[in-house]
Design a binder for this molecule. Sequence first.
Ligand SMILES: Nc1nc2c(c(=O)[nH]1)N[C@H]1C(S)=C(S)[C@@H](COP(=O)(O)O)O[C@H]1N2
Ligand SMILES: [Mo]
Length: 328
Amino acid sequence: MPLLIRRPSDIRPSEITSPEHFSRRRELIAALGLGLGAAGLALPRHALAAPAPAGVSPPTGFPPVARAAPGSPWFSDEAQTPKSAITSYGNFYEYGVDKADPGKYAPGLLKTRPWTVAVEGEVLKPRTFAIDDLLKLAPLEERIYRLRCVEGWSMVVPWVGYSLSALINKVEPTGNAKFIEFVTLADPAQMPGVRSPLLDWPYVEGLRLDEARHPLTLLGLGLYGEALPAQNGAPVRIVVPWKYGFKSVKSIVKIRFLREQPTSTWTRAAPSEYGFYSNVNPAVDHPRWSQKTERRLGEWRRRPTLPFNGYADQVASLYAGMDLKKNF
Ligand SMILES: Nc1nc2c(c(=O)[nH]1)N[C@H]1C(S)=C(S)[C@@H](COP(=O)(O)O)O[C@H]1N2
Ligand SMILES: [Mo]
């Protein structure tokens, strides 16, 4: 329902990024080959227009998934956002800043096999996981989570994956590990957006180790019972449902365990606007817009935004004693 989804009330990229960064949007558009006229094409035209070539799409044989049933902690009876909306409206700046860009370009460009995730830093057992090992590391569960973008739109997504803690336990963090950093692939051949200086690539995000170990923090491998679509961060991503969507890093190739708090991509781009914690919080407005309400994709009327995106019962204790206005 693109007409319903693309409402003028949605925050535009010009409002997301600081004006200084937004001025780089022209360069990004040029890098994507979407500028005026063929002369500006930075990519072969077929690379942008082609359907997914064979071998690029996710493999068959995705493992069985335990459905979230009423009574399970991962169940929600909220209406799930249709797959067509989840896959056609989103942010993945490696493919452009328009909400439709990831769905248009990622499926034909992102190569999800072979794929590895290197886990390093403050761990006793550093290890590089092949994607097929990650698919077998723990039983796959359906997790119906709300996702609230910092821009003020939201959706309800039936992800597939398992708690990131399952992976963390395998590599045995040292006593020095206090933070964890996630790094997205940044291959200009597969991600034309990284040719633009719009953001500092690769896209990185971080969590405190106790946040990363919280059972809600998901290593996401699928959507609607199948492998993740390219545009949603195939073949493996992080999903942190009580934080603004930009903390949920897509298409990760590296996980680092750190002593110090890392600087994430959006904090580097606009430190006064995007803090390290970025917990969903209707009481703390973005400097340039209110965070009190949100628009669920497919709905017209805005609804109230809930503290911690409705997960306060599970996660508020992680922040006991902290000033969440200061630690935004
Ligand atoms: N690597 C990378 N990860 C990213 C982003 C991005 O631009 N690049 N955008 C973030 C933002 S702002 C949101 S709202 C979610 C959107 O995820 P979805 O498209 O699967 O809904 O991805 C997040 N992860
Ligand atoms: Mo977002």
